[in-house]
Design a protein around this ligand. Structure first.
Ligand code: ZN
Length: 304
Protein backbone atom coordinates (compact mmCIF):
# COMPACT_ATOMS: atom_id res chain seq x y z
CA UNK A 1 0.00 0.00 0.00
CA UNK A 2 1.28 3.44 -0.88
CA UNK A 3 1.78 5.92 1.89
CA UNK A 4 -0.18 9.17 1.65
CA UNK A 5 1.93 12.06 0.41
CA UNK A 6 1.43 14.15 3.49
CA UNK A 7 -0.43 13.59 6.72
CA UNK A 8 0.00 17.09 8.05
CA UNK A 9 -2.22 19.64 6.31
CA UNK A 10 -0.42 22.34 4.40
CA UNK A 11 -1.64 25.93 4.58
CA UNK A 12 0.76 28.42 3.10
CA UNK A 13 0.54 32.13 2.39
CA UNK A 14 1.99 35.10 0.58
CA UNK A 15 1.95 38.42 2.39
CA UNK A 16 3.09 41.41 0.32
CA UNK A 17 3.11 44.97 1.67
CA UNK A 18 1.33 47.56 -0.44
CA UNK A 19 4.35 49.83 -0.45
CA UNK A 20 5.12 49.53 -4.15
CA UNK A 21 4.67 47.47 -7.31
CA UNK A 22 5.19 43.73 -7.52
CA UNK A 23 8.90 43.53 -8.31
CA UNK A 24 10.93 40.53 -9.36
CA UNK A 25 12.04 39.71 -5.80
CA UNK A 26 8.51 39.45 -4.49
CA UNK A 27 7.43 37.48 -7.54
CA UNK A 28 10.21 34.95 -6.84
CA UNK A 29 8.97 34.56 -3.26
CA UNK A 30 5.35 34.27 -4.40
CA UNK A 31 6.27 31.57 -6.94
CA UNK A 32 8.22 29.53 -4.38
CA UNK A 33 5.47 29.84 -1.79
CA UNK A 34 2.73 28.97 -4.30
CA UNK A 35 4.58 25.98 -5.72
CA UNK A 36 5.36 24.56 -2.29
CA UNK A 37 1.66 24.76 -1.42
CA UNK A 38 0.56 23.23 -4.72
CA UNK A 39 3.24 20.55 -4.52
CA UNK A 40 1.80 19.54 -1.13
CA UNK A 41 -1.78 19.78 -2.41
CA UNK A 42 -2.26 22.42 0.23
CA UNK A 43 -3.96 25.77 0.51
CA UNK A 44 -2.43 29.12 -0.27
CA UNK A 45 -3.68 32.31 1.33
CA UNK A 46 -3.10 35.92 0.41
CA UNK A 47 -2.62 38.60 3.04
CA UNK A 48 -1.91 42.27 2.56
CA UNK A 49 0.62 43.39 5.15
CA UNK A 50 -0.61 46.96 5.45
CA UNK A 51 0.03 47.51 9.14
CA UNK A 52 2.39 50.43 8.72
CA UNK A 53 0.06 53.07 7.23
CA UNK A 54 2.88 55.53 6.78
CA UNK A 55 4.68 53.24 4.35
CA UNK A 56 1.63 51.96 2.47
CA UNK A 57 0.58 53.59 -0.78
CA UNK A 58 -3.21 53.92 -1.22
CA UNK A 59 -4.49 51.68 -4.01
CA UNK A 60 -1.32 49.55 -4.18
CA UNK A 61 -3.13 46.60 -2.59
CA UNK A 62 -5.52 46.44 -5.55
CA UNK A 63 -2.61 46.71 -8.00
CA UNK A 64 -0.72 43.90 -6.25
CA UNK A 65 -3.82 41.69 -6.36
CA UNK A 66 -4.26 42.43 -10.07
CA UNK A 67 -0.60 41.65 -10.69
CA UNK A 68 -0.94 38.28 -8.98
CA UNK A 69 -4.04 37.56 -11.05
CA UNK A 70 -2.13 38.43 -14.23
CA UNK A 71 0.37 35.72 -13.31
CA UNK A 72 -2.38 33.18 -12.69
CA UNK A 73 -2.03 32.83 -8.90
CA UNK A 74 -5.18 31.48 -7.24
CA UNK A 75 -5.65 31.82 -3.51
CA UNK A 76 -8.01 30.17 -1.07
CA UNK A 77 -10.60 32.14 0.85
CA UNK A 78 -10.81 35.86 1.50
CA UNK A 79 -7.82 38.15 1.28
CA UNK A 80 -6.74 39.15 4.79
CA UNK A 81 -5.65 42.66 5.70
CA UNK A 82 -3.36 43.34 8.68
CA UNK A 83 -5.04 46.71 9.23
CA UNK A 84 -8.30 44.89 10.02
CA UNK A 85 -6.63 42.58 12.52
CA UNK A 86 -5.53 45.16 15.08
CA UNK A 87 -8.01 43.98 17.81
CA UNK A 88 -6.34 40.57 17.68
CA UNK A 89 -2.87 42.12 18.06
CA UNK A 90 -4.21 44.01 21.07
CA UNK A 91 -5.56 40.79 22.58
CA UNK A 92 -2.19 39.08 22.08
CA UNK A 93 -0.42 41.99 23.77
CA UNK A 94 -2.87 41.77 26.70
CA UNK A 95 -2.04 38.09 26.99
CA UNK A 96 1.67 38.94 27.18
CA UNK A 97 0.97 41.65 29.77
CA UNK A 98 -0.95 39.18 31.95
CA UNK A 99 2.07 36.89 31.91
CA UNK A 100 4.34 39.75 32.99
CA UNK A 101 6.29 39.13 29.80
CA UNK A 102 6.49 42.75 28.64
CA UNK A 103 7.56 46.17 29.86
CA UNK A 104 7.44 49.71 28.52
CA UNK A 105 10.55 51.45 27.25
CA UNK A 106 11.20 55.15 26.80
CA UNK A 107 14.74 54.91 25.45
CA UNK A 108 15.55 56.87 22.32
CA UNK A 109 17.25 55.20 19.39
CA UNK A 110 20.33 57.28 20.19
CA UNK A 111 20.42 56.13 23.81
CA UNK A 112 20.25 52.49 22.76
CA UNK A 113 22.97 53.02 20.20
CA UNK A 114 25.25 54.51 22.83
CA UNK A 115 24.75 51.78 25.40
CA UNK A 116 24.14 48.74 23.25
CA UNK A 117 26.46 45.95 22.27
CA UNK A 118 26.46 45.26 18.53
CA UNK A 119 24.00 42.49 17.66
CA UNK A 120 22.69 40.84 14.53
CA UNK A 121 20.39 43.77 13.73
CA UNK A 122 22.08 46.84 15.15
CA UNK A 123 22.67 47.36 18.86
CA UNK A 124 21.43 44.80 21.39
CA UNK A 125 18.87 46.39 23.67
CA UNK A 126 20.48 46.23 27.13
CA UNK A 127 17.25 46.05 29.17
CA UNK A 128 17.58 49.59 30.50
CA UNK A 129 13.85 50.01 31.22
CA UNK A 130 13.14 46.51 32.47
CA UNK A 131 12.74 47.48 36.12
CA UNK A 132 11.53 51.06 35.66
CA UNK A 133 7.88 50.05 35.90
CA UNK A 134 6.83 52.49 33.14
CA UNK A 135 3.16 52.56 32.21
CA UNK A 136 1.97 50.05 29.62
CA UNK A 137 -0.88 52.31 28.52
CA UNK A 138 0.35 52.49 24.93
CA UNK A 139 2.14 55.85 24.94
CA UNK A 140 5.56 54.20 25.05
CA UNK A 141 7.10 51.33 23.13
CA UNK A 142 6.56 47.91 24.68
CA UNK A 143 9.26 45.25 24.72
CA UNK A 144 8.98 41.55 25.39
CA UNK A 145 11.43 39.96 27.82
CA UNK A 146 13.60 37.85 25.56
CA UNK A 147 14.21 34.19 26.12
CA UNK A 148 17.50 33.68 27.95
CA UNK A 149 18.02 30.25 26.45
CA UNK A 150 18.95 29.69 22.83
CA UNK A 151 16.13 28.59 20.55
CA UNK A 152 16.47 26.69 17.30
CA UNK A 153 14.43 25.63 14.31
CA UNK A 154 15.05 23.76 11.11
CA UNK A 155 14.66 25.79 7.96
CA UNK A 156 13.79 23.72 4.92
CA UNK A 157 16.55 25.32 2.83
CA UNK A 158 18.97 26.93 5.29
CA UNK A 159 18.97 24.03 7.76
CA UNK A 160 19.40 24.32 11.51
CA UNK A 161 19.14 27.90 12.78
CA UNK A 162 19.87 28.77 16.38
CA UNK A 163 19.82 32.06 18.20
CA UNK A 164 19.99 33.45 21.68
CA UNK A 165 17.58 36.37 21.47
CA UNK A 166 18.77 37.90 24.73
CA UNK A 167 22.37 38.04 23.51
CA UNK A 168 21.83 38.62 19.79
CA UNK A 169 18.93 41.08 19.82
CA UNK A 170 17.87 41.84 23.39
CA UNK A 171 14.33 42.40 24.63
CA UNK A 172 12.52 43.28 21.43
CA UNK A 173 9.68 45.63 20.56
CA UNK A 174 6.16 44.25 20.12
CA UNK A 175 4.41 47.63 20.23
CA UNK A 176 5.90 50.79 18.83
CA UNK A 177 5.89 54.21 20.43
CA UNK A 178 4.10 55.55 17.33
CA UNK A 179 1.08 53.38 18.12
CA UNK A 180 1.65 50.54 15.67
CA UNK A 181 2.11 46.92 16.58
CA UNK A 182 5.52 45.60 15.59
CA UNK A 183 5.86 43.24 12.66
CA UNK A 184 7.13 40.42 14.89
CA UNK A 185 3.91 40.28 16.88
CA UNK A 186 1.57 40.99 13.97
CA UNK A 187 2.96 38.25 11.75
CA UNK A 188 2.65 35.64 14.50
CA UNK A 189 -0.96 36.59 15.21
CA UNK A 190 -1.86 36.75 11.49
CA UNK A 191 -0.42 33.35 10.70
CA UNK A 192 -2.15 31.82 13.69
CA UNK A 193 -5.55 33.33 12.80
CA UNK A 194 -5.31 31.98 9.25
CA UNK A 195 -4.22 28.54 10.44
CA UNK A 196 -0.98 28.83 8.47
CA UNK A 197 1.26 25.77 8.83
CA UNK A 198 4.07 26.58 6.39
CA UNK A 199 5.81 29.88 5.80
CA UNK A 200 7.81 30.41 2.61
CA UNK A 201 9.32 33.89 2.44
CA UNK A 202 12.43 35.92 1.69
CA UNK A 203 15.68 35.18 3.49
CA UNK A 204 15.76 38.72 4.92
CA UNK A 205 13.34 37.38 7.54
CA UNK A 206 15.44 34.33 8.44
CA UNK A 207 17.08 36.02 11.41
CA UNK A 208 13.78 37.25 12.89
CA UNK A 209 12.15 33.82 12.80
CA UNK A 210 13.42 32.84 16.25
CA UNK A 211 11.75 35.92 17.75
CA UNK A 212 8.50 34.84 16.13
CA UNK A 213 8.90 31.30 17.45
CA UNK A 214 9.46 32.67 20.95
CA UNK A 215 6.25 34.71 20.66
CA UNK A 216 4.39 31.62 19.41
CA UNK A 217 5.57 29.81 22.53
CA UNK A 218 4.48 32.64 24.84
CA UNK A 219 1.07 32.80 23.16
CA UNK A 220 0.60 29.03 23.26
CA UNK A 221 0.59 28.67 19.47
CA UNK A 222 2.02 25.79 17.46
CA UNK A 223 5.38 26.34 15.80
CA UNK A 224 5.25 26.72 12.03
CA UNK A 225 7.44 25.21 9.33
CA UNK A 226 9.80 27.64 7.64
CA UNK A 227 11.41 27.77 4.23
CA UNK A 228 13.36 30.90 3.39
CA UNK A 229 14.24 31.63 -0.20
CA UNK A 230 17.19 33.72 -1.37
CA UNK A 231 16.68 37.39 -2.02
CA UNK A 232 16.95 38.87 -5.44
CA UNK A 233 19.71 41.43 -5.30
CA UNK A 234 19.81 44.71 -7.15
CA UNK A 235 22.82 45.93 -9.10
CA UNK A 236 24.28 47.35 -5.90
CA UNK A 237 24.27 43.82 -4.41
CA UNK A 238 21.56 44.73 -1.94
CA UNK A 239 18.04 43.42 -1.55
CA UNK A 240 15.70 44.46 -4.33
CA UNK A 241 12.94 46.25 -2.53
CA UNK A 242 9.72 47.82 -3.66
CA UNK A 243 10.25 50.92 -1.63
CA UNK A 244 13.69 51.37 -3.16
CA UNK A 245 12.34 51.45 -6.67
CA UNK A 246 12.77 47.83 -7.63
CA UNK A 247 11.40 47.78 -11.17
CA UNK A 248 7.92 46.44 -11.71
CA UNK A 249 7.97 42.99 -13.31
CA UNK A 250 6.96 42.55 -16.93
CA UNK A 251 3.23 41.84 -17.05
CA UNK A 252 3.05 41.79 -20.86
CA UNK A 253 4.65 38.36 -21.13
CA UNK A 254 3.62 36.68 -17.86
CA UNK A 255 4.85 33.19 -18.80
CA UNK A 256 8.34 34.47 -19.67
CA UNK A 257 8.41 36.46 -16.43
CA UNK A 258 7.35 33.39 -14.44
CA UNK A 259 10.02 31.32 -16.19
CA UNK A 260 12.61 33.92 -15.17
CA UNK A 261 11.47 33.53 -11.53
CA UNK A 262 11.50 29.75 -11.96
CA UNK A 263 15.05 29.90 -13.32
CA UNK A 264 16.11 32.19 -10.47
CA UNK A 265 14.86 29.52 -8.07
CA UNK A 266 17.35 27.06 -9.56
CA UNK A 267 14.74 24.99 -11.38
CA UNK A 268 15.36 23.17 -14.66
CA UNK A 269 14.01 25.03 -17.68
CA UNK A 270 11.54 23.33 -20.03
CA UNK A 271 12.51 22.44 -23.60
CA UNK A 272 9.57 24.47 -24.73
CA UNK A 273 7.81 27.25 -22.85
CA UNK A 274 4.32 26.30 -21.64
CA UNK A 275 1.63 27.83 -23.85
CA UNK A 276 -0.76 29.07 -21.19
CA UNK A 277 -0.57 30.14 -17.56
CA UNK A 278 -2.57 27.07 -16.63
CA UNK A 279 -0.03 24.88 -18.44
CA UNK A 280 2.81 26.70 -16.71
CA UNK A 281 1.40 26.14 -13.22
CA UNK A 282 0.48 22.51 -13.87
CA UNK A 283 3.94 21.79 -15.27
CA UNK A 284 5.77 23.82 -12.60
CA UNK A 285 3.86 22.17 -9.73
CA UNK A 286 4.98 18.72 -10.82
CA UNK A 287 8.55 19.71 -11.74
CA UNK A 288 9.24 21.80 -8.60
CA UNK A 289 12.27 20.70 -6.57
CA UNK A 290 12.78 22.70 -3.39
CA UNK A 291 16.28 21.28 -2.98
CA UNK A 292 17.38 23.05 -6.17
CA UNK A 293 16.61 26.47 -4.69
CA UNK A 294 19.95 28.24 -4.10
CA UNK A 295 20.86 29.53 -0.65
CA UNK A 296 22.60 32.61 -1.90
CA UNK A 297 20.86 35.50 -3.57
CA UNK A 298 22.26 36.55 -6.91
CA UNK A 299 22.10 39.62 -9.04
CA UNK A 300 18.92 39.82 -11.00
CA UNK A 301 19.80 39.72 -14.66
CA UNK A 302 16.70 41.76 -15.38
CA UNK A 303 17.98 44.63 -13.23
CA UNK A 304 20.58 46.58 -15.15
ZN1 ZN B 1 14.29 51.47 27.37
Amino acid sequence: MEKPLSIQPYIGRFAPSPTGDLHFGSLVTAVASYLEARHHQGQWHLRIDDLDEQRCIPGKDKELIESLETFGFQWNGQIAYQSKTVPHYRAALEHLKEQGAVYACDCSRKQIQETGVKGIEGPVYPGTCKDKGLSLDGKLAIRVKANKNPLAFFDKRFGLQAQNIKQDVGDFIVYRADGYFAYQLAVVVDDYLAGITHVVRGADLLSSTIRQISLQQMLGQPQLNYFHVPLVLGKDGKKLSKSENGPKVNHQKPIQTLLAAWHYLGQAMPDEAPGTLEDFWAWASSEWHFSAVPREGTLNAAVK
